[in-house]
Design a protein around this ligand. Sequence first.
Ligand SMILES: Cc1cc2nc3c(=O)[nH]c(=O)nc-3n(C[C@H](O)[C@H](O)[C@H](O)COP(=O)(O)OP(=O)(O)OC[C@H]3O[C@@H](n4cnc5c(N)ncnc54)[C@H](O)[C@@H]3O)c2cc1C
Length: 429
Amino acid sequence: MASEIPRLPPSGIKVIVVGAGFAGLAAAIECDRKGHSVTLYEKVDDINEITRIGDIISFDPNGSKAFERWPGVIDAMEAIARQTTWLDLYHHEGKFVTRQSFAHEKTWGRRINGHRGQLHDIIYRHAVARGIDIRLGKRVEDYFETDDPPQAGVVIGGERFVADVVIAAEGVRSRGRKIVLGFDENPKSSGYAVYRAWFPSDDVAKNPIIKHLVVNGDTHQGFIGPDIHFLASSIKGGKEVNWVFTHIDDGNIEESWQFPGKPEEALKYLDGWCPIVHELVKATPPGRLIDHKLVYRDPLPTFISPRARITLIGDSAHPFLPTSIQGASQSIEDGVVLATCLQLSGRADIPRALRAYEKIRYDRVHRAQAMGPKTRERWHKADWSQVWKTPEMIHLVREPWLLNFDAEKDAYDRYADVVSALEPPRAKL
Ligand SMILES: Cc1cc2nc3c(=O)[nH]c(=O)nc-3n(C[C@H](O)[C@H](O)[C@H](O)COP(=O)(O)OP(=O)(O)OC[C@H]3O[C@@H](n4cnc5c(N)ncnc54)[C@H](O)[C@@H]3O)c2cc1C
């Protein structure tokens, strides 16, 4: 099966990828497409530890472009994705405000909103089908790079593994940041946490206050109030339902993706909110609620190591807040651009590839990152006297520069100019 999947002739470039999240898998697949030889190390022993958890995640057209180039992937995703082209927005006390349509974005590409674990599983299975060397149960302890020979590597269980280039895609608590920054620093709280749930809709369909959310196929709605936004949607023809709301982090939860939440605790934040959100929270089956602290990092001065043989991608390089709706898409773009730059530089000049990758990605990814807090403020601090007059004020910002974008084409188009404008390498440490 692996040989039937199209890829460029072998480039001779040996790549180590650390982490099998969206960023790591996308980088591995894109490197394989470009003919590089990939070994991926992931710390979990069983991929189900990643693919069975999670709830709603969105890929916008700029991220989904890559999936269209991976045989079978976009169709498999669309089959399990939410079938809506709109978002209905309500005041938190229940009055309808506005419908935002995304129908016109169809010309930009596909939007995929679905269960994070299930979408992840589709990508993982595609990576396996390509024959990528994925080693589970391998926790990277450290990174290194050398001039002679010119290479980079990782340490696992005290053993050193080397390649021409190492891609650190281990998420927001990345160890790769130390060799890039030259010091250790911890992620910080964003000041917000998020309750999230995903469950079968059988009980919701029996509840007269909320059954309209699930009995007529897929739906998507948001309720906006002071310091909180509550998003709910149904999926798979209304058979499954999910909701998520951001709240001020009062410091009572751990920095963990899977910290179990209690519906009665969640309801305390929703005093005065409409019955729909209360009933949805109460309908959440035991064990299906997660309370998740949103950690953040300030923008890094660079994504690449002093010898430019190790690079950060995805949340390792630039963690996103959910309101940007771009974290996953940007992590896919990272892999696309990096694999392309490696193709264009060739094995003889890996540092040039990494420096071009950084140059191409840096401004764009930080512009996208900055949109998270902006949307949050637009919702949480809405001036309702104005919103009722101009409801579009609370529409999500959907800008063509961000969404109608093909990262691969852009990298091919700009590589030569970017390389010719590169400054001399920074001093080696
Ligand atoms: C609550 C929340 C909701 C979000 N919702 C959306 C959304 O709707 N749409 C969107 O686009 N984005 C969303 N995002 C952002 C998005 O999830 C991330 O930006 C994206 O998944 C980044 O993926 P990643 O691969 O960089 O990191 P991760 O998904 O964290 O993957 C890192 C991987 O590395 C592995 N790993 C870690 N350390 C090591 C090690 N030492 N050795 C080996 N392996 C290791 C981990 O096990 C993991 O598999 C959301 C983020 C949050 C926090």
